[in-house]
Design a protein around this ligand. Sequence first.
Ligand SMILES: C[S@@+](CC[C@H](N)C(=O)[O-])C[C@H]1O[C@@H](n2cnc3c(N)ncnc32)[C@H](O)[C@@H]1O
Length: 275
Amino acid sequence: MDPISKDLNRWISILLTVWRRRRKYKNGPSDRLLPNELKEVAAGVKILSSGLTGKRELVGKGYMDDPALLGAYLLFYWPVSYAQARYVLGYLPSRPRSVLDLGSGPAPMSFASLDHGASEVVAADRSEPALRLAAELAGEAGEPLAVRGWDPLRGEKIPDGSFDLAIMGHLLNELWVGDSDEAGKICDLIERVSGSLRKGGAVTIIEPALLLTSRRLLGIRDILVKRGFPVLSPCLFKEDCPALKKEGNTCHTDRSWEPPRTAGWADIQDSFRDA
Ligand SMILES: C[S@@+](CC[C@H](N)C(=O)[O-])C[C@H]1O[C@@H](n2cnc3c(N)ncnc32)[C@H](O)[C@@H]1O
């Protein structure tokens, strides 16, 4: 088993323990959901899945503040985000020691950074319930994690600190949605974020691989390149991204992975297939 899947399996047991404790359920198996639990989580995942894709009605809304949806996020999307972050962190030229995780939710990217070798991580989000859950996971796992409330739409400043890496996981597509200068405002935010980095620091951005969000991200990339940001990965091209020249084109990375088969993750997908 690859090391990322191995670490993920350890996390699955922690996610299940914390989720059951919050739900006041008896302790169950540490590697999978029981049938009634699976049903509950799958119902939440269904709402999240249709709300974050298609018409994207939940995007930018407070879905993380709803305990059922937060629980579903924890047991379904958290492992995916964790694995994405672990793979992407592997592209950095060096291992970041201090990390700022913006739009952290229950902090899969923070814990991926810690497992990748970071020793100081600050998770920031506007959702207090998500941050409380992140802190509870940290306590359960014995990991050092600081949490901070932060909402750039309210003009709140970037959390204090001096970081080697700022990571933003699936956050940007939720900011300034519908604003006529959405991309410009996001690039201004990224510039401010990069101001809180140490010399040689990097910003890592991971967005959903939907056509809409990936094309928006390419547009943001083009503005940042014009503003003088070097791109480290996945593409070093310094001109406008050619994918944007033709409608319907995009560019994103495919990575094969072994989802935690025994953990309920695949069972949730199967439960959709069976429905
Ligand atoms: C799809 S979740 C991503 C969570 C985590 N980073 C991950 O990759 O799994 C998007 C996160 O962005 C946060 N978010 C959305 N709008 C925000 C805002 N205006 N300020 C701070 N956080 C925001 C949400 O609360 C949520 O936790």
